[in-house]
Design a protein around this ligand. Sequence first.
Ligand code: MN
Length: 419
Amino acid sequence: MTALRRSWIDSANSPDTDFPLNNLPYGVFSTEDSAPRCGVAIGDQIVDVKGLEEAGILTSGEPPVFSKPSWNAFMELGPEAWNGFRGALMALLAEKTGLKERVKPYLVPMAEARMHMPFEVSEYTDFYAGKNHAVNVGTMFRGPENALPPNWLHIPIGYNGRASSVVVSGTDVRRPWGQLKAPDMEAPVFAPCKRFDLELEMGAIVGVPSSGPITVQEADDMIFGYVLLNDWSARDIQAWEYQPLGPFQAKATATTISPWIVTKAALEPFRTSTPEREKELLPYLQEPTPMLYDITLEVTLAPDGKEASTIARTNYSQMYYSAAQQLAHHTTSGCPMRVGDLLGSGTISGPTKAERGSLLELSWGGKEPLTLESGETRNFLEDGDTLTLAGAAKGDGVRVGFGVCAGKVLPALDDPFKR
Ligand code: MN
């Protein structure tokens, strides 16, 4: 089992921190007196790597890549440079370093920092690759006999989403208006969404570009890291618009990601296989080695000004398809992938009710309201609710965590067309 690597930064040695030396996730932060810049989380501190690069303590490459507040230029250097940088950074922050005094001036307390988008999202694709979720939703919409579409066990199903509405944790999300029609309505109306929901997902970030079909192994090698991802979903808009081309406006309001990119290197000890296949996959989709990760996940909901309730707990290992399989499938058409592409895993739900990653499933389409710690009930999200995702891979006295992915629901505008 993975053990703690000790750092000279005390807070990084706590068994409760998401950010021990084992982790070193990448983000972009600003403070009252510094503009957004690249940083690395360690314990309750952020290492200003732009500062370290400018001081010549740490080099990323030539030309320097940390002049812009995003990790895209660093990703473009490729896996060898990623590993070299991580190794050098780990040596600087390890307990037995000779450079402690030189690094200290570049530490910023996390409590004083504001987080920004860690990378520029080139394009965004979202999948539907959790089997429990697909069975639950399919059962609600089509009945238990037709829950899984006939292609589901053969293809990681996805749709091309919008990079423009991906936002960082802490960004408020406004309830959308849209065209919707419930089954009992005679005609569609344009109205504020009444069934606003979350989707608990992981996001995989592509760090190496491709120009033609790639294997699952090549796809795994192209992934830079992972974030938590909440695919906000307007269920009533979705139900009316989704056939025959899939979700559109229901998913375009916002997608929230956690601010720290946890690298594939940090997650390496936590690899696990996808569940047993129910139908043999075509050879191009078969996983040569374990490509999922054992990451425990949790969703909490806090009504405005009230105590938070944990509404779901599950694990990333519940996915039927790994991000590498999804990425390989994505390229079969010859579709080029770019550095900074983001792939949403699809909603992650476990087999039991307490493990469901959306309110649609938790309240069974609004038929079984959830009771919160505050005594309130929920079918779907209410205005003022703050939704928070958290996750960590756990070793022996050490956790490689993601921080949080949070967003608050603001009320719909009174009139979206008022100028
Ligand atoms: Mn989704």
